[in-house]
Ligand binder design. Structure first.
Ligand code: MLT
Length: 410
């Protein structure tokens, strides 16, 4: 008889975003004339910039002739892309990352889940609460937790609450942990981490032989010049951190798929017998075994992000979404709602009005204003009483959403 991975049975209901999708389609079926505006999942709406499209067209043409056709590429990504990434995203900020430390992939969601392959099963794991659900759910699937309690907290994980009371900045864990997931600019709260905050974490990791899994998928939205874009801008981080980056939100690749992960060659972990082993080597082995690389055409598109035209065009795209975030933030503030984030991030995090729980507010907003957001409690128990709105949408939809929201709460 076949046995199954019973850890999956510990997972709470469906993954958050499909669950929202299910509720919205039920509502849409029952209310076919409702003009629903979706500010739930952070999915981009604007087309790929012209420089990227041109590069992908040219690469497609190369595939049409024997001389320039490409079959399997290097699993880690083509050097033309890895070199641009190292130079533009790190070396230009005095962060020491070389092209050989970059692994091009099909997404940060996949990488933040897959990275668990190279770690043991006995690590103590810390996550912020609320948190991007993938970090938690993949640890549940891997058998790193017990069951969930009535509030949805899994036994065995160390939760670091982030709420308005601590300005969404977590305390260091008061018990030892080995792996720490950090995401900045933060999903879902939209707050950023200062150099001091990141330095505190890097020092903690160095002192406790811990490793930080740093998700920087939203770094392009940082407008404040004092805020670091990469954990590697912090001295000593190369020995204690893996960083995840994505082209999804800065360049519109949510459907196109391209991302990358940095595993420094200096990063090590110990075997049970105390021997140091390079995590770079392990991840390389895993990547080459389970992944065949991102398509050549897409990597040429990603390379175009770094051309002068590409940089200008993605800058405009990011500014467009940030302006949406400003409209949401200020529109909600004018309606008396407490809002957070949305300045250096595409997400606005808000306190639900009155005594609404997060899901009650979700239902109310959908039923009465035909607006979709994400219930804060879907990101963790400490997200209860909060709600997330995404700035990824057309300007007309954002303006209309703010009007409807204001009308609902006034
Ligand atoms: C979100 O809405 O939190 C993101 O779109 C999820 C993701 O990037 O996977």
């Amino acid at each position: 008889m076949v046995s199954l991975n019973e850890n999956f049975l510990k997972l709470k209901a469906g993954y958050l975003f499909p669950e929202i999708g299910r509720r919205v389609s039920t509502f849409a079926k029952e209310n076919p004339s409702a003009k629903i505006i979706r500010l739930g999942i952070g999915d981009v709406t604007e087309p790929l910039p012209p420089a990227i499209i041109a590069a992908m067209h040219a690469a497609t043409d190369e595939m049409a002739s024997r001389e320039t056709f490409r079959g399997y590429g290097p699993e880690q990504g083509y050097d033309f892309l890895r070199e641009k990434i190292a130079q533009h995203d790190f070396q230009s900020r005095n962060a020491e990352v070389s092209a050989g430390e970059i692994f091009v992939s099909d997404g940060s969601k996949c990488d933040t889940g897959n990275i668990l392959d190279i770690f043991g099963h006995d690590n103590r794991i810390a996550v912020l609460d609320p948190v991007y659900p993938v970090y938690v759910d993949t640890n549940v699937m891997a058998g790193h937790t017990g069951s969930a309690d009535s509030e949805g907290r899994y036994q065995g994980l160390v939760y670091l609450p982030v709420t308005a009371e601590n300005n969404f900045i977590p305390e260091l864990p008061d018990e030892p942990v080995d792996l720490i997931y950090l995401c900045y600019p933060n999903n879902p709260t939209g707050v950023v981490a200062s150099r001091e905050v990141l330095t505190k974490w890097v020092n903690y990791a160095r002192e406790n032989q811990a490793i930080i899994l740093f998700d920087a998928a939203y770094e392009a939205f940082i407008t404040d010049p004092k805020i670091p874009h990469s954990i590697y801008e912090i001295p000593g981080a190369r020995d204690v951190a893996i960083e995840f980056r994505s082209f999804s939100k800065n360049a519109g690749f949510t459907g196109t798929r391209c991302a990358y992960t940095v595993v420094p060659k200096t990063l090590q972990a110990k075997t049970r017998s105390g021997k140091d082993v390079s995590l770079h080597q392990l991840w390389n082995r895993r990547h080459c075994t389970k992944f065949n690389g991102v398509s050549y055409i897409i990597q040429r598109g990603a390379e175009a992000v770094y051309s002068p035209e590409g940089q200008q065009q993605i800058g405009e795209l990011v500014s467009f979404y940030l302006e949406n975030a400003r409209l949401i933030r200020e529109g909600l503030q004018a309606a008396g709602i407490s809002v957070y984030g949305g300045v250096n991030a595409p997400y606005v995090w808000l306190k639900t009005p009155g005594t609404y729980t997060s899901w009650e507010f979700f239902d109310e907003l959908l039923a009465k204003a035909h607006l979709v957001g994400t219930p804060g409690s879907g990101f963790g128990a400490s997200g209860e009483g909060y709600f997330r709105l995404s700035a990824f949408n057309s300007r007309a939809n954002i303006e209309e959403a703010v009007r409807r929201f204001q009308k609902l709460v006034s």
